[in-house]
Unconditional design. Sequence first.
Length: 140
Amino acid sequence: MDIAGHLEKANHFVDAITALDPVEDYETIIWARMHACTQWINGVLHAKDITDENWDISHTWYLDRMDDPSRLTSKIDDALLVALEKITNFERIRMSHVRGPCPYGKEILKESNEAYEHVEKYCKSILGSLDPAVVSQAAE
């Protein structure tokens, strides 16, 4: 998928979050944030020429399945590494709080919010915008 397509999908998740209640729907918010961040990161991986548009990750652990892992190791920097670690944090929270029995409701959203905001800010700094129309125009 191209970068604009990733941003469009991410925006669907972001828009859906606004209709959710942080107390009652915290699992869905965590899930949607993780998917928005994953879409943004896929866009960044394409923009940095780490992955091709025909190869996307759905979880960070899939990065070790790349055909050419040297593309990642030669182009990863500290900022991207931290953003990937934040997504890994979502994956951990998802396992314990969305799929698993852990409680804490809105309290776990604070941790999720920090990761979400970090990844969003990082991806904007690389892509310039998270608006698919803006990114499409820049590519032309």
